[in-house]
Write a protein that binds this ligand. Structure first.
Ligand code: ADP
Ligand code: MG
Length: 267
């Protein structure tokens, strides 16, 4: 059973605080290597920004720095309803969730564990079960409630994780490669959900992806990251930029295999 304060936010009220997230001169060094170098990024309320770049470019590290999970130099601030704060409320869907494939944990257990302080083995009351179902229904995942998490497809698991991330009423939503392990239909559904969330809740979204072919219609801005920001702008402009195509070759469309290059911010 969930305590009064732990009740999942079943209604998902709009969370707009007229926010913007400002990252200035963010530098991350790990084990003596500069993973991110002088990142400046300004994400507006209701904006969906896709981060693309080769493997090892620092995309996940950027999200982890925003979450405060890795040390960084530079500043991060958020403007909420005209008030400057140090950190926005963040919802996060990780690139991978590590669990045993034959784990007995159900989707209901996972949601309750994420939103409540109470141990799952205390059981879930009928009332809480119905609340969890309502939370999941917003993400077309209510029929998964009794399924074991190991039985879920990639797309189903992503929708459950997105539902959990949204219970925090985030001002900023971070999604790390939601496309991995998801088929084209599941990916379309997921992006559509993110687009709807952005509209309904006016949240800022930073989305790491390799899916360049399908992403353009769902995002406002594309940032090409390779330890530093190489380019950013309207997705179609970035992807058709002659200079980038010269640097990366036609393989710009196959971003996962891009060669490592030094920073050349060009747009
Ligand atoms: P991406 O998500 O773009 O594929 P990552 O952000 O996961 O890249 O990693 C960027 C680089 O940082 C990689 O070379 C990775 O090995 C390195 N890295 C990530 N975490 C650590 C760490 N804790 N210590 C040292 N190096 C790390
Ligand atoms: Mg990554």
């Amino acid at each position: 059973m969930l305590s009064q304060n732990d009740q999942p936010n079943a209604t998902l009220e709009p969370s707009c605080r007229h926010c913007c997230i400002k990252i200035q001169d963010l530098t991350v060094c790990l084990s003596g290597h500069t993973i991110l170098d002088g990142i400046n990024l300004h994400v507006h309320c209701g904006e969906v920004v896709a981060i693309v770049g080769p493997n090892g470019a620092g995309k996940s590290t950027l999200l982890r720095a925003i979450l405060g999970e890795v040390p960084y130099q530079g500043t991060m601030s958020s403007l909420m309803g005209g008030v400057e704060r140090r950190r926005p409320r963040i919802g996060y869907v990780p690139q991978k969730l590590h669990f045993e494939i034959d784990s007995p944990v159900s989707v209901a257990d996972l949601v309750v564990a994420a939103v409540s302080q109470r141990p799952v083995w205390w059981g879930i009351s009928t009332k809480s079960f119905e609340k969890v179902k309502r939370i999941l229904s917003v993400f077309a995942a209510d029929d998964l409630i009794t399924r074991r998490i190991g039985e879920l497809s990639g797309g189903e698991l992503q929708r459950v994780l997105l539902a959990i991330a949204m219970t925090a009423k985030p001002e900023l939503l971070l999604l790390d490669e939601p496309g991995s392990g998801v088929d084209a239909k599941g990916l379309g559904l997921f992006y559509q959900l993110v687009r709807d969330l952005r509209k309904q809740h006016d949240i800022s979204v930073i989305l790491v992806t390799h899916d360049l072919s399908g992403i353009s219609e769902y995002v406002d801005r594309l940032v090409l990251l390779n330890h530093a920001i190489v380019a950013e702008g309207n997705p179609k402009d970035v992807l058709s930029n002659e200079k980038l195509i010269q640097i990366f070759g036609p393989g710009l469309w196959n971003i996962s295999s891009l060669p490592t290059i030094s920073n050349e911010r060009s747009l």
